[in-house]
Design a protein around this ligand. Structure first.
Ligand code: FRU
Length: 447
C-alpha cells in the first residue's frame, strides 16, 4: 500500500509536516517522526528533499529528542529573510522553530530553535533555548514563524489551548505576546482537544490588488466530518491582531475529508501562489491503520488562490502542477496501475446525480447531486472494510453543500488507495485514505 507520489517514510511512523521551506530551488520537508516504531512515540524531525514535489529523497534525521524535550511540530525560515540575533550564529542559514515537549502530567511545552546551514545538512539546537518558555502547563506548541514586512518583525503563531497566540520579535530571539484569536468551532467534548499547527500568510485576492490574510487552524478533534481536520479564517493582520472578516461562527475548511491535517505552507515562496502540504491521516485512527514497515504519509502539495464569489472570499486549491503531471491520466475505466489522475467535467441536468466508484467496488466514494440552481450536495463515503482490522471511526458518510456556477469539475488523484478529490474547480477538497483489495481496480462514473 505504499503511495508513489505522496511522501511516506522508508520505515517508522510519521505525522505532521514541519519546517516546510524552499531554498535554492530545493523543497525541504521535515516531519514528525518516530523512526523506531509504527505508532506516535518520541518525536524526531525527519527530513526529505525534492525538486518536483512528487519524488522525495529521504535525508538523515534532523532533530532528535533529548532531556529538554521531544521535538514537536514547528516551522523554518531563512535567517536572511529578516533580522536575526547574532547569538544564533545563523549567517545565511535557516532557523528551525520547534516545540520542546516534556511529557507530564502535566506536560510542559516551550518554543525552541535549531540552526541549520543553507543546504540543511547540519543542525544544531540553540544553546540559549527556550526562546519562548512555557506560560504554564497548557497546550503551547507548533510555532509557525513568518517575517512581517510592514512592521519589520517576525511573527509567531502558536497553539494556545483552544485558541491561537500571536507573538512578535525584532530578532527571532526576544519574543513578546501580541494577541489571541479564538473564534470559530470548538470541540464540544468535555475534554476538548487543542487548536494545533496554526499557519498565517498573506494572499492576493484574485483579479484585484487587495491583500487578505489566511489563518489556518488544525482541530485535533471535532472536525466537521469527524476527528482531525483543517480550518481557515479569512481576515486582516496588522502585525498585532488578526481580525476575522467573517462572522465568528462561519466555518471554512481546507478539506472536508477525514485525512488532511496539520497543513503547513512552505516558506521561501514570496510572490507565488502559497504551497501547502498536510499529513494524510486522522488522530481518531492514525495509530491503527493497516501498515507494514511504515505508517503515515503526506497529502499532495497544493497551491492556494483566494477568489471572490457569491459567498465571499474562499480558497481555491490545485495540486502543484509539477506533482500533478507525474500522475498518468486515466483513459477509459481500467487503470493501468494503482496511480492515476482522472478529470471529469459534469454538466448536471436539474436534479442530476453523479456517483464515482473506485477500486472495482460497487459502493461509490463520492456522490454529487444537483439540488436546484447552482446548489449541489456532495457526499463522501467510506465503508467499514471487512478484510482489514476494524479501525475506530473510519467509516464515513458525510455531506456538504457546494455552490457552483456552470459545470461541476472533478479532479481526482488516486495513489495506491490514497484519494484526493478537487470538487467544483478546486473550491472544495475531499481527501480520504482507503485500503482497497484492488487499488488498481475499475473506475466507474454513473450519472
Ligand atoms: C498535531 C500534533 C501537534 C504536535 C504534534 C506531535 O498532529 O498533535 O500539535 O506538535 O502533533 O507529534
Amino acid at each position: 500500500m505504499r503511495p508513489q507520489f505522496h511522501f511516506s517514510p522508508q520505515s517508522g511512523w510519521i505525522n505532521d509536516p514541519n519546517g516546510a521551506i524552499r531554498v535554492d530551488g530545493v523543497y525541504h520537508l521535515f516531519y514528525q517522526a518516530n523512526p523506531h516504531g509504527l505508532v506516535h512515540g518520541p518525536m524526531h524531525w525527519g527530513h526529505a528533499t525534492s525538486t518536483d514535489l512528487a519524488n522525495w529523497a529521504e535525508q538523515p534525521i534532523a532533530l532528535y529528542p533529548e532531556a529538554s524535550g521531544q521535538c514537536f511540530s514547528g516551522s523554518a525560515v531563512l535567517a536572511g529573510d529578516g533580522a536575526v540575533a547574532p547569538e544564533f550564529g545563523a549567517g545565511d542559514g535557516v532557523l528551525l522553530f520547534y516545540t520542546a515537549h516534556r511529557d507530564g502530567p502535566p506536560s510542559i511545552e516551550d518554543q525552541a530553535v535549531a540552526v541549520a546551514d543553507r543546504g540543511m545538512t547540519r543542525f544544531a539546537k540553540f544553546a540559549g533555548n527556550p526562546v519562548l518558555p512555557t506560560p504554564g502547563p497548557r497546550d503551547f506548541r507548533d510555532p509557525k514563524v513568518i517575517w512581517h514586512e510592514a512592521t519589520q518583525r517576525w511573527i509567531m503563531v502558536v497553539t494556545h489551548g483552544q485558541s491561537i497566540g500571536f507573538y512578535s520579535s525584532p530578532d527571532a530571539l526576544n519574543w513578546q505576546f501580541e494577541s489571541e484569536f479564538a473564534e470559530g468551532r470548538h470541540d464540544p467534548a468535555p475534554n476538548p482537544g487543542p487548536w494545533e499547527c496554526p499557519d498565517l500568510f498573506p494572499m492576493r485576492v484574485q483579479g484585484t490588488g487587495e491583500t487578505a490574510w489566511i489563518l489556518v487552524v488544525g482541530l485535533g478533534r471535532g472536525h466537521i466530518s469527524g476527528g482531525s481536520g483543517t480550518h481557515y479564517f479569512v481576515g486582516d493582520f496588522d502585525g498585532h491582531t488578526f481580525r476575522n472578516r467573517n462572522v465568528a461562527d462561519l466555518e471554512l475548511f481546507m478539506d472536508w475529508g477525514r485525512d488532511y491535517y496539520a497543513a503547513q505552507s512552505f516558506s521561501g515562496m514570496a510572490g507565488e501562489d502559497p504551497l501547502a502540504i498536510a499529513w494524510m491521516s486522522n488522530w481518531m485512527y492514525a495509530n491503527h491503520t493497516p501498515s507494514e514497515g511504515f505508517r503515515g504519509s503526506m497529502n499532495l502539495p497544493r497551491r492556494l488562490q483566494l477568489a471572490g464569489g457569491p459567498e465571499g472570499l474562499r480558497l481555491v486549491q490545485y495540486v502543484d502542477p509539477s506533482a500533478a503531471r507525474q500522475f498518468p491520466e486515466l483513459a477509459g475505466g481500467v487503470p493501468a496501475s494503482a496511480v492515476y489522475r482522472l478529470r471529469h467535467r459534469w454538466v448536471a441536468p436539474a436534479g442530476g446525480r453523479l456517483a464515482l466508484a473506485l477500486f472495482g467496488e460497487a459502493d461509490p466514494v463520492l456522490v454529487v447531486e444537483r439540488k436546484g440552481g447552482d446548489r449541489y450536495e456532495v457526499t463522501m463515503l467510506r465503508q467499514a472494510h471487512p478484510a482489514i482490522e476494524v479501525i475506530r471511526g473510519y467509516e464515513t458518510h458525510f455531506s456538504f453543500e457546494a455552490v457552483v456556477d456552470g459545470a461541476f469539475d472533478l479532479d481526482v488523484f488516486v495513489d495506491n488507495g490514497l484519494v484526493e478529490i478537487g470538487c467544483a474547480g478546486g473550491r472544495h477538497w475531499v481527501s480520504n485514505l482507503y485500503f482497497p483489495t484492488d487499488p488498481a481496480g475499475t473506475v466507474t462514473i454513473t450519472s
